[in-house]
Design a protein around this ligand. Sequence first.
Ligand SMILES: [Zn+2]
Length: 139
Amino acid sequence: MEESRRNELLEVAQKAVKKAYAPYSFFKVGAALLTEDGSVYSGCNIENAAYSPTICAERTALAKAVSEGHLAFTGILIVSEDGKGNTAFTSPCGVCRQTLREFCSDDFEVILSDGREFRSYTLGELLPLSFSKEDVLND
Ligand SMILES: [Zn+2]
């Protein structure tokens, strides 16, 4: 991904992490999802008192984008912040990896940032031997 585009995603994710609703874990995550046509959707984690309904930043961004008609994506950038404001490289959880796989191929780029440096992976690296719609749809 181009450096200017990556920096744009970092800015969007850093704004999103400030909107995270994390009164239980105090672990805030922000994501910026890039669509194939160049649109960017932000997402933050939204916790719930019943825990299970909690949704991650990555899936929030994906739900926003899909609900606006986007089905093809190029990459996502993820940032996090703990209750003390410390940042760290945070990898998407297994549920998010599988949810991304529904819409993204193995070469989809997943960028982790601590706000200063970047680590780039492909979805195929993070979710090897994935199960996807190609396994279900036989055409
Ligand atoms: Zn997740």
